[in-house]
Write a protein of this length. Structure first.
Length: 333
């Protein structure tokens, strides 16, 4: 049983977040693949993905623990929706932070030398891990993210509306009933062991997830006690299905391609989750210069915005851009 204790200050600081981030969702998907059993929402997904993991994904899959908690990619790589920003966070994470993150994790014996290389901050090991994260994301997450994103948006919007209309009390009463029970000032949820959590004024972040292997999870960073813990709740209400190819988007998709051109229409779809120029080029299979040119045209038409993040830029779709994308045209390229 998990018991989370709230104070008045905690209630005032409780909020809803849209996602735990692309890196954490990808790691969760690997835990689901490894598990002995999955719920009905993931059976067809698992059957389609399980046999496709190979050498290019092994640097990440080998870091799944034998038992107990695994790596906290949310803490290491952030909660952003852009994969390249998550990778950049990993490549620039302090070596001391990596070592602390790897301490106490029960890695398989045959993979301990590799885990040690990563934990010691070896640059080549970090790059190999980054490439494995990209590979795992391409196989297990990206083809299914259209459906997953829709479910995340629906649930987070519903929780936000509940929060606005009825406050935190109604939000906590609405979480995954009857599994989660709000008995003020304590929130109770099923858990593998008895855990008592005192928020101590930090509040709680309620976050829907797509690939979580658990009905409810509590995520917190023991190396940063100023950040509020996250309570993750499952977002899927229907079986996870993959998106079709871009060219099969139907009449609305073909109309959009006629208006913008096929590559530029695909570029607009990519920016729904946010994308750097490098990631945009990779997803469109064009050069970085060409991706930058497509982004410039979309930005000049007020279909996307561009903002600088460290050494890269992030492209995001605007409300006008979203208005051009009907639900049938947002499949991933």
């Amino acid at each position: 049983m998990l018991r989370i204790h709230f104070t008045a200050e905690d209630l005032a600081r409780t909020r809803v977040a849209a996602t735990i981030g692309v890196a954490a969702e990808t790691y969760y998907s690997l835990e689901l693949l490894r598990g002995s059993g999955v719920g009905p929402h993931f059976r067809s997904w698992r059957a389609a993905v399980a046999g496709r993991m190979g050498a290019n994904t092994r640097p990440l899959t080998s870091l799944l623990p034998v038992r107990g908690p695994g790596l906290d990619l949310l803490a290491l790589m952030g909660d952003g929706p852009c994969l390249e920003h998550a990778v950049d966070n990993l490549l620039h994470a302090p070596a001391a932070r990596l070592r602390r993150e790897f301490e106490g994790i029960d890695f398989p014996l045959e993979h301990l030398p590799w885990a040690r290389r990563v934990s010691e901050g070896d640059r080549e090991a970090r790059r190999e891990l980054a490439e494995a994260l990209r590979a795992c994301h391409r196989l297990a997450v990206e083809p299914y993210w259209h459906k997953g994103r829709s479910e995340l948006a629906a649930l987070s919007s519903r929780y936000m509306n509940v929060l606005l209309e009825g406050g935190v009390d109604l939000l906590l009463r609405s979480l995954c009933a009857p599994l989660v029970r709000w008995r003020p000032p304590v929130l109770e949820a099923p858990y593998p062991r008895r855990v008592e959590v005192h928020l101590r004024g930090r509040g709680l972040v309620v976050t829907p997830t797509v690939f979580s292997p658990h009905a409810v999870s509590l995520l917190w960073d023991p190396l940063d006690t100023t950040q509020p813990p996250r309570l993750t709740v499952p977002a899927l209400r229907e079986p996870l299905a993959g998106a079709g190819p871009t060219g099969a988007a139907g009449p609305a998709g073909r109309n959009l391609e006629s208006l913008l051109g096929r590559t530029r229409a695909a570029a607009l779809r990519v920016t729904v989750e946010g994308s750097t120029t490098t990631e945009l080029a990779r997803r469109l299979d064009v050069s970085v210069a060409a991706a930058s040119q497509h982004a410039t045209v979309l930005r000049n038409a007020d279909l996307i915005t561009t903002s600088r993040r460290g050494g890269s830029v992030l492209h995001r779709i605007t409300p006008l851009g979203r208005a051009l994308l009907s639900p049938g045209t947002t499949a991933q390229p």
